[in-house]
Ligand binder design. Sequence first.
Ligand code: SF4
Length: 240
Amino acid sequence: MATETDIPTRTPEQLQALAEQANQDLENASAQEIMRWAAETFGRRFAVTSSMEDAVVAHLASTALPGVDVIFLDTGYHFPETLGTRDAVAEVYPVNVITLTPRQTVAEQDAEYGPRLHDRDPDLCCSLRKVEPLNRGLAGYDAWATGLRRDESPTRANTPIVGYDAKRQKVKIAPIARWTQDDVDAYVAEHGILLNLLLSDGYASIGCSPESCTRRILAGEDARSGRWSGAGKTECGIHL
Ligand code: SF4
């Protein structure tokens, strides 16, 4: 693997060109191969983000780059099970979990915008509590990986394996984009991957705990249907 001193400083234009070439080269690569490419190409300038729904992507990254930074956005609204998963991941895997927090506590946000902003303006709430902290947290990296999968919802069906995140000027990698839920289940079983306990309690996609943000899904619904149900919102804004 390339050492830290081997990793060149790249301009946004170079990162974009690199992403476009890699997307062609890696479309049919395995998740492990994609993670190895990311580790060798970006070294410590690569991080993964995790919602702590499961530890699949954190585990994949740790096998390619032990000690890899795993970014978790603590919105102040998480289920206890999600925070427990975060703590277990930090304990069990060779990763460096970094918890990012919004500029305002929930109480400070309530004082400025009124209580339960998530019910009245979830886009603004997500912008304040997820998007801004992530933008700040990714400043020191050239590339980040997510657990996005094409089969999760129609809005994620065209997720590239490697894309260029023009807004943040980062390479954005989705190593399990081609995986199905069966692939995830098989990887979890083979490696004994840590899972959020809510996955066995009817939740398929786990975000913040207010009912307006995360609910259990019904039979036949896609995995993302329980997020901001009825609000006409499907993404928090991180992936837009
Ligand atoms: Fe706010 Fe809900 Fe978004 Fe969490 S998911 S940041 S509570 S709107």
